[in-house]
Write a new protein. Structure first.
Ligand code: OOG
Ligand code: NI
Length: 467
């Protein structure tokens, strides 16, 4: 009998192979993995099971996100099919075209497992960006026409890969020898190509945006970075810097502080230039180098509610304003003070103000005789139930823009007032003929399901949320 490789096994296999490929292509990534592993082991030793409050050590050790950039809706739809074969669905919509510190001519989504059990098996996620040649703030009509022509004529994925992807999605996995072939082709599609790069074309696009050149200047795509998860990102930053890797700027996102970690904190470093061959206008080929890929690492916290997310954005703006008054000051220090002043420093505080998502379950040592209250806080404070944070599984537009910007060569150029070509989640759903889920709705559904179980176990009608 033929054995079937299930969807989640395909996903885990893909993530593992892509990681091997990237480590072979970008040696600094291999260093990053080694240091991340050491930091995680140290945190686990120091804090024991507390260190696993936001994910088991086996999940965190295997956890990666990647980034891939494509040029057309057709390419994005093909990627969506490959990721569907791996049990990864599009979640969230990000428009980076008016992002600070530098606008990027892309709109993005993230492909990831959406189910808690699937996330626990393997949480691999990929941030995928789609170029917007129709945006006149970046591309003139003439350049856009040539760019679209170039993109329409290339084929990023071989037909065999796309057929296997369709089958894997339909059947929830693949027979083992097909699985092997599928993974081989899928990983190869994201390797850095040895094809010569047309220098004049690449340079013309680079003058507009180096992301545009990275996407539309070549006939292939590639994995742009792969990011491990670490339990203490400040310690990782210190060790990488001490090891002679030049880390960029600082850690993006929330500060380190005494309260619960929310959202995600990320930092990155520029990878070395990689050898590439260039095609000159006279038809000759020469050896050169391109610096398009980088290393990144992240620490994840609890998922915010919509109220928590707008609170986060407000606090960042507040910190920006304070930093503007005292330029040259310590940003982390400023953030820490803002956090202390405005955010509750306990999980209970986050629950009370409905700023973050948790799941709840009835505690083993709950009171036996009394009648349970109906409110969430009453149940929590009375020892009836316990709360567990839901990990943030998504991305942050502002950090993403910062990551893009800090790793780009030139600043590029934009024409203010040009037609921006409206793009939103509905547009992207149509472009790929698949629904794109809302991150907050996924977290809210997880919380709601846990409360239904609590209500059933305690024989309550319904549990009342705060607020
Ligand atoms: C994606 C940048 C976004 C993150 O971690 O926020 C990202 C890219 O460089 O293509 O990966
Ligand atoms: Ni990233």
């Amino acid at each position: 009998m033929m054995t079937t490789v299930d969807t989640w096994q395909l996903r885990a296999g893909f993530a593992r192979r892509l990681s091997h490929l990237y480590a072979a292509e970008v040696p600094a990534y291999a260093t990053l993995l080694k240091v991340s592993g050491e930091v995680n082991a140290d945190v686990l030793r120091r804090h024991g099971s507390d260190a696993e409050r936001l994910g088991s050590i086996s999940r965190v050790t295997a956890e990666r996100h990647g980034a891939i950039r494509v040029g057309t809706p057709r390419e994005l739809a093909q990627l969506a099919s490959i990721f569907a074969a791996l049990g990864m669905r599009p979640v969230g919509f990000y428009d980076l075209r008016d992002a600070a510190p530098a606008p990027i001519p892309v709109v993005s989504t993230a492909f990831r497992p959406t189910d808690a059990a699937e996330l626990a098996r393997n949480p691999f996620r990929v941030f995928v960006s789609l170029l917007v040649p129709e945006d006149r703030r970046f591309f003139s009509e003439d350049l856009a026409a040539r760019l679209t022509g170039f993109l329409d004529s290339r084929h990023l994925f071989p037909p065999e890969l796309l057929l296997l992807a369709e089958r894997a999605e339909r059947e929830g996995g693949l027979p083992s020898e097909h699985a092997e072939r599928f993974l081989e082709l899928a990983v190869a599609a994201f390797a850095l190509s040895r094809e010569p790069v047309d220098l004049a074309w690449y340079t013309e696009l680079e003058e507009v945006s180096s992301v545009a050149a990275d996407i539309g200047g070549v006939t292939t795509t590639h994995i742009n970075h792969l990011t491990p998860r670490v339990l203490d990102i400040d310690e990782l930053y210190r060790r990488m810097a001490a090891g002679g890797i030049e880390m960029i700027g600082s850690i993006q996102g929330p500060p380190r502080w005494d309260g619960p970690d929310i959202l995600l904190r990320q930092t990155s470093f520029r990878a070395l230039a990689e050898p590439r061959r260039f095609l000159n206008a006279d038809g000759t080929v020469r050896e050169g180098a391109l610096r398009v890929r980088f290393g990144e690492v992240e620490a994840r916290g609890v998922a915010p509610t919509p109220a928590g997310l707008s609170c986060y954005n407000r606090l960042l703006a507040l910190a920006d304003a304070e930093s503007a008054h005292a330029p040259g000051g310590n940003r982390q220090q400023v953030l820490r003070e803002v956090w202390r002043e405005h955010l509750p420093d306990t999980e209970r505080g986050l629950i009370e103000r409905d700023l973050a998502y948790f799941t709840f379950r009835v505690s083993a040592d709950r009171p036996r005789r009394a009648k349970p209250p109906r409110t969430l806080l009453g149940l929590l404070d009375g020892g009836w139930i316990t709360a567990e944070p839901i990990v943030y599984e998504d991305f942050l537009p502002r950090s993403a823009a910062g990551i893009f910007a800090s790793n780009l060569g030139g600043r590029g150029s934009t024409v203010p007032g040009g037609d921006s070509a409206p793009r939103d989640r509905a547009w992207m759903e149509q472009a790929i003929s698949r629904p794109i889920q809302d991150p907050a709705a996924l977290y809210a559904a997880q919380r709601a399901a846990s409360l239904v179980r609590v209500a059933r176990d305690l024989d309550l009608g319904e549990v009342e949320l705060p607020g």
